[in-house]
Structure formats: structure tokens, C-alpha cells
Write a new protein. Structure first.
Length: 193
């Protein structure tokens, strides 16, 4: 029971720190507004990450494409973590650090938004994709923890104030859900009546 209670308390503490940080909250809104504007202009939201962050990238892409809080038309989004043939071909032919950059080169259009998830902030394949965004005219968002190079290299940094992988991942889903909810409301306002 002590471990369970401590885990819940730790998770709440990170979220309370986010809640108290008005700058961080403003950045979340800024990213949601960016995603809204780019989707309305015909662009897409592209996501990638490794391990648990790969699952989170897929999760968030599904929220955009399917639905989040209510039924509405799908929003253009894709995760670069879902195609095992693509991942293994690029990994084998070029190296694992290129698996997201190559997909970005092939699929991204100027004005798209790339969201790279990395709890360490140092995932080489996510960092390479973020650096490539500049050349491709793609907006880059880094969802990280409190450390790492990605925070300095992306256009929009959403750095969770923690070094604990589970607490960072829990907060990435919270932040991603908030962004999905805001985008959904912005593009398809739900009739209050």
C-alpha cells in the first residue's frame, strides 16, 4: 500500500507543479492553437516516440483521427511508430536514429506539426526528426521531461517538470489530452443548446 500511495502522490505532485506554472499552461494553449490553425489550413499532426512514448504517439494520433470527447469529423493525424516494415527497413538500411526523420521527409508537408515525445529529451531519432523539421517547414513540438537537448531544439517545448519516466509519461498523456480537447472544441464547437 505504501508504494501505491507514494506513486499516486508523486503523480499528483507533478501535475500540481504543472497547474501552478502559468507559462507552461500558456504553452499548452499555444500548441493547441497552432494545431488548430494548421489543421484548418489542411495540414496534419505527425507524432513519434519510442517505447511507452511510441504508444502515447499512437494514442494521441487516434484521438485526433477518431474522436476525443464527442463525435465529429476526423482530424488529419498520423503516428510514425505503427508500421513495423517501415521501422525495420529504415533501421536496417540507415540506422535506428533515422526511423522518424525518413518518414518525416516522405510524409510531411510545409505547415504540418510534428510532435516528438521523449521522456529523456535525448532520443536520437526524435531529435533528428525535430532538427529536420526546420528544413522542411514543419512546426516542431517537443514533449519531454526536465532534461535533454530536444527542449532546446524544438520550436515549442512542453517539458514536464520531472525526471521520472512514469510521471513524465502520465503527464504527456494529460497534456496530449488537453491539446486534443482544445483542438476539437476550436474546430468543431459543441452546441451548448
Amino acid at each position: 500500500m505504501d508504494y501505491i500511495a507514494a506513486s499516486v502522490r508523486d503523480s499528483i505532485a507533478v501535475k500540481e507543479e504543472i497547474l501552478a506554472d502559468k507559462i507552461f499552461l500558456g504553452k499548452i494553449e499555444e500548441v493547441a492553437n497552432l494545431c488548430t490553425a494548421r489543421l484548418q489550413a489542411g495540414n496534419r499532426i505527425l507524432l513519434a516516440g519510442n517505447g511507452g512514448s511510441a504508444a502515447d504517439a499512437q494514442h494521441l494520433a487516434a484521438e485526433f483521427v477518431s474522436r476525443f470527447m464527442y463525435d465529429r469529423p476526423g482530424l488529419a493525424s498520423m503516428s510514425f511508430t505503427t508500421d513495423t516494415s517501415m521501422l525495420t527497413a529504415i533501421g536496417n538500411d540507415y540506422g535506428y536514429e533515422y526511423v522518424f526523420e525518413r518518414q518525416l521527409e516522405a510524409n510531411a508537408r510545409p505547415g504540418d506539426v510534428f510532435i516528438g515525445l521523449s521522456t529523456s529529451g535525448n532520443s536520437k531519432n526524435v531529435l533528428r526528426a525535430i532538427l529536420r523539421c526546420r528544413e522542411l517547414g514543419v512546426h516542431s513540438v517537443g514533449l519531454t521531461g526536465s532534461g535533454g537537448e530536444i527542449r532546446q531544439q524544438c520550436e515549442y517545448s512542453l517539458a514536464v517538470p520531472s525526471a521520472s519516466t512514469p510521471r513524465i509519461q502520465e503527464s504527456h498523456i494529460l497534456v496530449g489530452h488537453i491539446i486534443c480537447g482544445l483542438v476539437e472544441q476550436n474546430i468543431f464547437p459543441k452546441n451548448a443548446g
